[in-house]
Design a protein. Structure first.
Length: 371
């Protein structure tokens, strides 16, 4: 008689959990439903008997002291069979196996993903889009029944509508009834003798359709918007999945985004910077008048309230921040140069020098170049 520990492949000091794990691993390999060979059936008997003995503390102690003779050989006792049955079938033993329910042909459709390109103006105000989507839609011929018009599914002759077939397996405890999906009807309990010719019995077809969507203001690149129930229709006319819109915002030539604010750079001539001036700029939602004070400096930031972006979850728009950049002429005609030299004599500017550190100046420059 083989040693029970050798049969299970464990040491004599193995813990109960190690014994149970070894038994389940071997049982999965050797069970008659999985391995119909005669040698496997004999090994399955040995494995099960070894587990019965070693899983019971009292019997294991007696076995360790006196061997296997006290237990009537390999055919005695199969209390551990419930473990293997639960492993394979998850149900009770014997001839009364619970019949499963047939599958439903109607299933939820898959989600769909569509990428949409937006301009910065779309982001500021929000936009309405009609999107063309290539997806699965309900078959207009059969309306999701999967059958040719005038016909209907019929009860499966093999499983009689249960979607399951049973077979009896001879085991050491007698006959064990197992249930498996019916291969004739694929577990649905019905068959379709005359599938719809338009959808080949799927209840849905591929087609292009239009989805209307109002994209809110404040979205940004990478954001996904969910449209529940706007994805693909499911098999047999099942409920639709969801549609996701992935947003990409195209760069703008003039404006850039900083949170809910818009940034821009205003180039000002040296003369206008010295004397001051008024200027009209075109923002994304119309013209805006700006007054530049005399002596405005490069890096100065002019803030125009509520001309930025409406936040995704909010109502107060951000600001438009305009950074001033004074443009120094690179080339002057002799007359202009003489005028500048005369100005230099009158203003008597000092030579260039390092000034006192002003943190605010760097903050302005950071805002200016953050584009």
């Amino acid at each position: 008689m083989a040693d029970h520990y050798e049969v299970l492949g464990v040491s004599r000091e193995a813990s109960p959990d190690e014994i149970k794990t070894a038994y389940r691993r071997l049982a999965r390999q050797l069970h008659p439903d999985v391995n119909p060979g005669e040698d496997a059936a004999e090994r399955f008997k040995l494995v099960t008997h070894a587990y019965d003995v070693l899983s019971d503390p009292e019997q294991r102690q007696r076995y360790d002291m006196g061997g296997d003779s006290a237990f009537g050989g390999a055919g005695a006792g199969f209390g551990g069979f419930s473990d293997i049955f639960e492993t394979f079938f998850g149900g009770a033993t014997g001839g009364g196996a619970r019949a499963g329910r047939p599958r439903s042909r109607r299933e939820r459709g898959q989600d769909a993903l569509v990428r949409v390109d937006l301009t910065l103006g779309d982001v500021v105000f929000g936009v309405h889009r009609d999107l063309e989507v290539d997806t699965a839609v309900l078959c207009e011929t059969c309306q999701g029944s999967c059958c040719q018009p005038g016909t209907q599914p019929v009860t499966c002759d093999i499983c009689h509508g249960s979607g399951q077939v049973q077979r009896t397996v001879r085991s050491l405890l007698g006959n064990v009834v197992t249930s498996q999906p019916c291969t004739t009807c694929q577990g649905y309990g019905t068959t379709i003798p005359y599938p719809c010719s338009s959808c080949q019995g799927q209840g849905r077809v591929r087609a292009r359709r239009t989805v209307s969507i109002d994209i809110p203001a404040g979205v940004e690149t990478g954001l996904r918007l969910q449209l529940p129930g706007s994805g693909e229709v499911g098999p047999a006319g099942g409920p639709n999945g969801d549609l996701y819109l992935e947003v990409t915002v195209e760069p703008h030539d003039v404006f850039s985004r900083d949170g809910d604010d818009l940034l821009a750079t205003l180039e000002v001539s040296m003369v206008d910077a010295i004397l001051g001036t008024s200027v009209t700029i075109d923002s994304l939602d119309g013209s805006v008048d700006l007054d530049l004070r005399a002596g405005v400096q490069s890096g100065d930031v002019l803030t125009i309230r509520e001309r930025g972006i409406t936040p995704l979850r909010g109502s107060v728009r951000g600001d438009l921040r305009v950074a001033v950049q004074v443009v120094t002429p690179a080339h002057l005609d002799p007359k202009s140069r003489a005028l500048v030299q005369e100005l230099a004599k009158r203003t008597k500017p000092g030579p260039p020098h390092l000034a006192e550190f002003h943190p605010g100046l760097f903050a302005k420059l950071r805002d200016k170049f953050k584009r």
